[in-house]
Ligand binder design. Structure first.
Ligand SMILES: Cc1cc2nc3c(=O)[nH]c(=O)nc-3n(C[C@H](O)[C@H](O)[C@H](O)COP(=O)(O)O)c2cc1C
Ligand code: SF4
Length: 358
């Protein structure tokens, strides 16, 4: 049993508590330069001041073609490191461990940014209508892996404690591990080991270049095509050197996920709990989804369902949410808007933020 306020060691890093700020992309805080500007820096530093044990900075593109839109943050060149140095220094000053999520959108790339590349060619339906994805060649796979590694090295130079590889929510790394998106018959497709290879080779190279003191996390898919397969893929990630698993949804729907024995734990949260049970302390595991009240967070941690909890909207709504959970203090609750106003192409009119600033 762990209390929310109990510290935890992840890799070589000590988190002051078990509440982590989940990655939340902003879409329009920056511009076509992809740089972390003053607005982004203060957004994260405010949340470090608010008590999170760990902050995971939003999905950051490793190549211009892998962006969600033209105003998406990137780490594909050295000039983009600058704002991050202030961001990491500010978060450290307020006691948070800070990592950054690295991503390529794969075949869900915004057509204004890049082609719909992925492990295999297949017809898909997306916001661009019906389209055919483009299978990556082996040399394109290696170039893409290098782009992830280069971005991780830049993250380290910019002061990050580690990186999170975005391996869920249907983006490129998830596409490689998911049998529904990866039909390859070479060494990057087929068996669990082959489908995990794209990510594992990145983990090993980042470890080699960034050292043991650099935290490598994967936000992994908890369900593709089923639980057992997703767990087996994550085993490969851990064998390759991943220090920390944050478990979220993948490409497959959760409809046939087995019901968790405790009805107070939602389907999405139960993915983390299943993984936690499987890994049994070998690496810390977190869950995410709908954690907007201190009681829910305490319940998951105190029943030993997970090691840490990943919280997105409640911390967007109130940067001091983590401190409120720990001290029992007041906070402004997330309204759970139908579409979060921090989300894609939304005007930033978060009602919780308006209430706080009144
Ligand atoms: C505005 C917004 C942006 C998000 N951006 C990301 C992202 O960059 N990377 C990611 O893995 N998940 C992203 N997510 C998903 C969240 O990290 C989280 O998994 C989801 O919101 C559920 O957690 P919550 O109920 O605490 O909000 C985003 C969610 C929101 C609302
Ligand atoms: S916009 Fe709505 S859903 Fe998003 S953080 Fe604010 S209150 Fe929560």
């Amino acid at each position: 049993m762990a209390k929310a306020e109990a510290s935890i060691r992840i890799g070589t890093k000590l988190l002051r508590n078990r509440i982590t700020f989940a990655p939340t992309v902003k879409f329009d805080f920056t511009d076509d330069s992809g740089k972390a500007n003053e607005r982004l820096v203060s957004h994260y530093v405010e949340r470090a001041r608010g008590g999170c044990g760990l902050i995971c900075v939003e999905a950051t593109a490793v190549t211009p073609g892998g962006r969600f839109c033209k105003t998406h943050m990137g780490l594909w060149n050295d000039e983009q490191m600058e704002g991050h140095k202030e961001l990491t220094a500010g978060c450290h000053e307020h006691g948070a461990v800070v990592i950054i999520q690295l991503n390529h959108t794969g075949y869900t790339a915004n057509p204004e940014c890049g082609p719909a590349i992925g492990p295999s060619a297949m017809k898909r339906q997306g916001f661009r209508g019906e389209y055919t994805t483009i299978a990556m060649s082996i040399s394109e796979i290696h170039e893409m892996q290098q782009a992830f590694v280069d971005a991780a090295v830049r993250a380290k130079k910019a002061g990050y404690d580690g990186v999170q590889l975005h391996g869920c929510h249907g983006y490129l790394m998830n596409q490689f591990m998911a049998p529904s998106a990866n039909l390859r018959e070479d060494e990057y497709g087929g068996s669990v080991e082959n489908r995990a290879r794209f990510c594992c080779e990145i983990i090993r190279r980042v470890r080699e270049l960034c050292g043991n003191d650099f935290l490598i996390s994967v936000r992994t898919s908890g369900y593709d095509n089923d639980l057992a397969d997703a767990v087996a893929v994550a085993e490969e990630y851990v064998k390759a050197g991943c220090d920390y698993l944050q478990v979220s949804s993948g490409i497959s729907s959760l409809e046939s996920l087995p019901a968790f024995h405790d009805p107070r734990v939602s389907d999405i949260q139960s993915l983390g709990a299943y993984f936690h049970e499987h890994f049994a302390g070998r690496v810390p595991v977190s869950c995410v989804g709908g954690l907007t009240e201190p009681g829910q967070i305490r319940y998951l941690l105190e029943n030993d369902y997970v090691d840490t909890v990943d919280v997105a909207r409640a911390i967007l709504a109130d940067p001091d949410f983590a401190n409120a959970v720990i001290t029992g203090g007041e906070y402004v609750k997330c309204y759970g808007c139908k579409a979060c106003q921090y989300g894609p192409f939304m005007p930033h009119t978060c009602p919780a933020e308006r209430k706080r600033k009144k």
